[in-house]
Design a protein around this ligand. Structure first.
Ligand code: HEC
Length: 326
């Protein structure tokens, strides 16, 4: 029994060492983070989520979105997340300050959603140069960003090339964000090509076009919702394949209510087409849970600069104009 003291010391030492490495040091490093502010104490980031978005977060957790979607952008030297336009910088511990629990994700079946609220709507980039105004370009306030932003946006280039010639739409795309745009461009190919050329603009392609034309910045000229706007999210959740042809994402239809139109069509009724189109007199509206979920998705945005994260290659983008967030 001579070695008993060294044995216990050894065991104790092993535990003490790993405790220090796994708990003490990390806690010292990131255990006391506060929101970051500028010198005047303004511009605090991150901020706690507001009511609907916070409720949406729980719906996100309850429906297992976390099993297929991560919310963490890895650093440039570790992965190609930034090349995939999932974010402009890596995620940092501070980004998750107000999240309990943190929904980092288990696996990546679908794209990372850490910045889904920041993804630029694609319609702006589809619009022709500012000299020509067409039905496709909505109110001026929404698109101060034209060509510079077009090169920076995730889905800009595939969409831009796909619109004029539908054949290109079949080309494989690397960026995951490109797929909805591609699908929409492809779905709209019969009407979008003329709609994008100024000459044909006065003749509306479909009845939906007229309904959606004036001042509605969430619906494209062909009647489909513009990607990453609230109506787009709803349509995607209700029927992922209507947005992305070969999507593996399950449809979350139980978050929506199908009902008879009573009097006027509801303002937030889903824009559905193709196999999802409803018979006359019916509409699908989001439940409160669905609205909260979309509010949450649209609040996901880690684009705010953090002093502890170096952004290596600053993208040439001017930040997209703020979109309406409910
Ligand atoms: C079985 C895996 C799976 C589950 C569960 C799942 N998704 Fe997805 N999701 C995907 C896949 C695959 C895609 C890519 C294809 C597509 O756009 O539909 C995707 C795409 C998305 C996109 C579009 C991302 C982009 O960059 O275009 C959003 C937003 C999204 N999912 C939200 C959700 C939400 C919210 C939930 C939970 C209610 C959820 N997903 C549950 C697999 C999943």
């Amino acid at each position: 029994m001579k070695g008993i003291v060294p044995l216990f010391l050894g065991i104790f030492g092993t535990f003490a060492f790993s405790w220090a490495g796994l708990i003490l040091i990390p806690n010292y490093q990131i255990g006391h983070l506060d929101p970051q502010m500028d010198e005047d104490g303004n511009d605090a980031y991150p901020a706690p989520k507001s009511g609907m978005a916070e409720r949406g977060r729980r719906i996100y957790a309850a429906n297992g979105c976390v099993y297929c979607h991560s919310q963490q952008v890895r650093a440039d030297d570790a992965a190609s997340d930034i090349d995939r336009k999932w974010g402009e910088r890596r995620s940092a511990p501070r980004d998750y300050l107000f999240e309990r629990p943190v929904l980092l994700g288990k696996m990546r079946m679908g794209p990372d959603l850490a910045n889904i609220g920041k993804r630029a709507p694609v319609e702006d980039q589809n619009a022709p140069p500012p000299s020509t105004t067409t039905a496709a370009s909505p109110a001026p306030g929404t698109s101060p960003s034209t060509s510079p932003a077009a090169s920076a946006s995730p889905a800009a280039s595939p969409a831009a090339t796909a619109a004029p010639s539908p054949a290109v739409a079949a080309a494989p795309s690397v960026s995951p964000a490109a797929s909805p745009a591609k699908a929409i461009a492809a779905a709209s190919s019969p009407s979008s090509a003329p709609a994008n050329s100024p000459a044909a603009a006065p003749s509306p392609a479909s009845p939906v076009t007229t309904a959606a034309s004036s001042a509605d910045t969430t619906v494209a000229a062909n009647g489909a919702p513009i990607p990453y706007t609230a109506p787009w999210h709803h349509r995607h959740l209700y029927s992922p394949r209507s947005v992305s042809n070969d999507s593996n994402m399950p449809a979350f239809r139980f978050l929506y209510e199908k009902r008879r139109v009573g009097g006027e069509r509801a303002a937030d009724a889903l824009i559905l087409s193709g196999p999802d189109a409803l018979p006359d007199g019916w509409e699908v509206v989001p439940t409160y849970d669905a609205k909260c979920l979309v509010a949450y998705l649209m609040s996901l945005d880690q684009s705010h600069a953090l002093k502890e994260v170096k952004v290596t290659a600053a993208p040439p983008s001017s930040p997209a104009p703020a979109k309406e967030v409910k």
